[in-house]
Design a protein. Structure first.
Length: 542
């Protein structure tokens, strides 16, 4: 390719890099920086195979004190590119400092070499991103993830009409009612369709992202079996589920699934699985406008005698509007009632509260945690997620936060497929309340359960504040209360107290209490080994 053609592209990019860009993207992006960026993108775009993106990632040149990287992606212009790329980078915990997205019309020869830059050519997205530094392995992983996600974007966009037609065909098979109305409502620009699979014993057809190979299926075989059993027992279509597959298109969240049974006369012979994401307009729609959800709202109003135009009726509608429609619409009536009435009760009196709901097929656990807005911190969100995962013997698949004027809602999705259980909601609710209340008050409250209130207050005042941060992060207030009771029994440096127990994971633990400093390990280990124990860990909170 002629150098003049590459230069013309570089010059065109240098002009267009700043057109339409947000002011924040242009800070520290002067003429020299624009020229360097344009040359980098132009070199990446020099030769490209049809249907395949070009990706280049390298250190940012010059004397950048933060030693950042720059990324260029050249692809056919299509929807979802920028948000999908940004979500993928974010999922790798790499911060984006600048993102510029000019669309340039170019012509190429049969070998993909750039021939000209003019309005007669095909539009190509030429994306330039500056991002924080990553090591070599992280860079390789990021490029591989971007390639996979761009392939998904291409498949979803290429099969867009076929995906619409597949859902329309399924609507025609359903009886008139709220289920068919919901699918029709979703099809009307309320659901970003990304993939479709037709299973009749095996995968008969695959559209969109379902065409691309992946390690995590859209819906696993065990879940397909459960879904067919659910329909065979009279479950209504569509069955709304969350996939364990995280979307690489548009938003980095678990895919939403709408599953419709395939029938041969009266027999369930397969499943038609639609994968995508609820749109923002659908998630924010008024509950009374959403099929199925409006029916559930009316049933709750009738059950409790709420006037839709009265205070309680409006409060219920407001509470339901604040809940994630893509989740609660699939809940059983009892589960929806519990979550909605809980949210309703918190509107006027914000306080810590937890509700747990198991998904219809039992594959996921949805945890709703409300906190007063001022009590929400990253550390607290992380601690609650860890606590839920431990109690449910599951892993956190996804989390999100919504905040209004007075209260924050943290929603966790946990994967129960590998031996997960439904934990005790009330016990976890109490732990969260104590967590928010503060360490010392929480320890005092736990001490009250072991002794009288006056003594609990004295013991908490003397001991609770002395526990170091490492201990507090690893132990509950209840465990601290048990330790304090043991410590309170010691009077001299010669006194000892010993407690042996099993932790939440079933591991044997031994605690030795004494005054006046830590016990030498050599004094304790031989005794334990004489009884057949093997010491594998030692902790000494000070």
């Amino acid at each position: 390719m002629a150098k003049t053609t590459l230069k013309s592209l570089s010059d065109a990019l240098a002009v267009r890099l700043t057109k339409g860009a947000l002011p924040g993207e242009l800070q520290g992006f002067g003429k020299t920086e624009r020229a360097d960026a344009a040359a980098f993108v132009a070199a990446t775009a020099e030769r490209r195979t049809t249907g395949v993106p070009n990706i280049a990632l390298e250190p940012l040149p010059g004397t950048d004190p933060r030693r950042r990287m720059r990324l260029a992606i050249v692809n056919d212009d299509m929807p979802f590119l920028v948000d999908s790329i940004a979500a993928t980078i974010g999922s790798h915990d790499i911060a984006i400092d600048r993102i510029i997205h000019p669309v340039v019309c170019v012509s190429r020869d049969s070998d993909g070499a750039l021939v000209s830059v003019d309005d007669k050519g095909s539009p190509e997205s030429m994306i330039y991103i500056e991002l924080e530094r990553a090591d070599a392995r992280e860079r390789r992983d990021l490029i591989a993830a971007l390639e996979r996600n761009l392939a998904d974007v291409r498949a979803a966009v290429g099969d867009w009409q076929a995906l619409q037609d597949a859902m329309a065909a399924d609507i025609a098979t359903l009886p008139a009612g709220e289920g068919a109305a919901l699918l029709f409502w979703l099809l009307d620009q309320k659901f970003t369709l990304l993939g479709h699979e037709l299973w009749i014993g095996r995968s008969e057809t695959a559209l969109g992202i379902a065409r691309n190979p992946r390690a995590v299926p859209i819906l696993a075989e065990a879940s397909r079996t459960l879904a067919m059993e659910w329909f065979a027992k009279g479950g209504q279509a569509p069955l709304l589920l969350k996939s364990n597959l995280i979307s690489g298109v548009h938003r980095h969240v678990p895919l939403d699934l709408a599953v419709v049974p395939v029938r041969d006369k009266d027999q369930i012979v397969g499943l038609s699985i639609h994968a995508g994401l609820w749109t923002s307009s659908a998630l924010n729609a008024a509950p009374q406008d959403v099929p199925v959800l409006r029916e559930r709202l009316a049933a709750l109003e009738a059950k409790f005698g709420f006037d839709p135009k009265g205070h309680t009726g409006k409060a219920l509608t407001h509470a339901l509007a604040g809940l994630p429609h893509d989740l609660v619409i699939a809940f059983t009536p009892d589960a929806l009632e519990d979550v909605a009435l809980t949210a309703m009760s918190l509107a006027d009196r914000p306080r810590p509260k937890l509700r747990l709901v198991r998904s219809v097929l039992g594959r996921h656990l949805f945890a709703f945690v409300w906190l007063p807005r001022d009590d929400l911190t990253t550390a607290r969100r992380t601690a609650i997620g860890d606590m839920l995962a431990e109690a449910a013997k599951a892993s956190v698949l996804n989390w999100s936060i919504e905040v209004d004027d007075t209260i924050a809602l943290i929603r966790f999705t946990l994967d129960l497929r590998e031996g997960g259980v439904l934990p005790d909601t009330d016990a976890l609710d109490t732990r969260i309340a104590r967590m928010v209340r503060g360490w010392v008050p929480a320890v005092e409250a736990a001490l009250v359960e072991q002794t009288d209130a006056a003594r609990a207050a004295r013991l908490a005042l003397k001991h609770a504040a002395n526990f170091p941060a490492g201990y507090r992060n690893a132990n509950t207030a209840e465990e601290a209360a048990r330790d304090i009771v043991r410590l309170a029994r010691l009077e001299t440096a010669a006194d000892r107290s010993v407690r042996m127990y099993r932790d939440e994971r079933g591991a044997a633990r031994l605690k030795i209490y004494r005054l006046g400093g830590a016990l030498a390990l050599s004094d304790a280990v031989p005794v334990l080994e004489n009884f057949g124990f093997r010491v594998i860990e030692e902790l000494r909170p000070r």
